[in-house]
Design a protein around this ligand. Structure first.
Ligand SMILES: C[S@@+](CC[C@H](N)C(=O)[O-])C[C@H]1O[C@@H](n2cnc3c(N)ncnc32)[C@H](O)[C@@H]1O
Length: 308
């Protein structure tokens, strides 16, 4: 089994502990990436255990097929919004003991210039995690109008200069086509002044989230989890920015509160049932923060499916 040295899985021990692995259980790694978490899960399973791992990036799945040979592991090239359908096909809905989601992009995706995610490396402006479908950032920027670009950068990057950035992009496009990451990063850098971060950090994050429909994907898969998890099954989600963490937090809050009682009806016990028990939120240890840069923004939220 070969694990990529340059991808350090974030909060690895904490996530595995949070899954509370039953050695004979069935688990989902919805974001396989380079298999760091998956490998640890497999180490905790015995021969009766099972791990179903998804990734929408075909190169992650192809690499995993070469490097992971394990009869307990099933690798699926798919977006995780298809999870319930995939599990229905396997008659596994309601039987899953734990789901792990380690959101966003992996270091190999960011570091590979050809993928076009990084403002530090010159490449075609792609940004798709699934290169087999959808439109690239380059195609989107070519056809989106100024207001749409500004809205995306504001909504998914919380970038205060979103309007000025959109205006600068459209002005540039009057004379030239934006084809590369550095072209876009340079346009943004002329508008945004930032000491701590690269000026294009927020805008690149926003465009990536939009191109990959990350928030829609997350909301869709979360909504499926109550019917996927077995009683006491764990939901563990690692997020890396406030927008996705808010979605996870609100989902857990919604399902850990008893439903309001219908007015005027006699008290019915069923309406009091909640779908999850909130097991809290966790951050990377001081030690990890020192050697794993990505862990600085990580938040792990954990919830347990109730018995009902
Ligand atoms: C942070 S990496 C996961 C790293 C992995 N846990 C490890 O230890 O190697 C996130 C991975 O999730 C994948 N991904 C992101 N959104 C996805 C989605 N909606 N459906 C399926 N895979 C997704 C990305 O392609 C990427 O490979």
């Amino acid at each position: 089994m070969k694990i990529y040295k340059y991808h350090q899985s974030v909060m690895l021990n904490e996530s595995i502990q949070a899954l509370n692995i039953d050695p004979d259980g069935t688990y989902i790694d919805a974001t396989f990436g380079w298999g760091g978490h998956a490998q640890k899960i497999l180490e905790k399973l015995n021969s009766g255990g099972r791990l179903i791992a998804l990734d929408q990036d075909i190169s992650a799945i192809n690499d995993a097929k070469k490097n992971f040979e394990d009869s307990r592991l099933e690798l699926i090239h798919s977006a995780f919004s298809n999870l319930k359908t995939l599990l229905d096909e396997r008659n596994l809905c309601g039987k899953i003991n734990g789901i792990l989601m380690d959101l966003g992009v992996s270091s190999p995706q960011l570091d590979n210039p050809e993928r076009g995610f990084s403002f530090n490396k010159n490449a075609a402006l792609d940004m798709r995690m699934n290169q087999t479908t959808g439109i690239s950032a380059l195609q989107w920027l070519a056809c989106a109008d100024e207001a749409e670009i500004a809205n995306v950068i504001y909504k998914f990057g919380e970038e205060k200069k979103s309007r000025s950035i959109a205006r600068a992009i459209k002005k540039y496009q009057k004379t030239q086509t934006i084809k590369t990451t550095l072209q876009l990063a340079n346009i943004i850098s002329k508008v945004v002044k930032s000491k701590n971060k690269h000026p294009a950090t927020r805008s690149f994050q926003a465009i990536r989230i939009f191109i990959n429909q990350e928030i829609t994907q997350l909301s869709e898969v979360l909504a499926q989890t109550p019917s996927i998890l077995a009683p006491k099954g764990r939901l563990c989600v690692l997020s890396f920015h406030s927008i996705e963490d808010r979605v996870v937090k609100q989902f857990i809050q919604k399902h850990t509160k008893p439903s309001p009682l219908p007015k005027g009806l006699p008290i019915v016990q069923d309406t009091q049932k909640t779908k999850f028990k909130n097991l809290g939120k966790y951050f990377a240890s001081k030690e990890e923060l020192q050697h794993n840069k990505r862990s600085r923004s990580a938040i792990l939220r954990v919830a347990q499916r109730t018995k009902f």
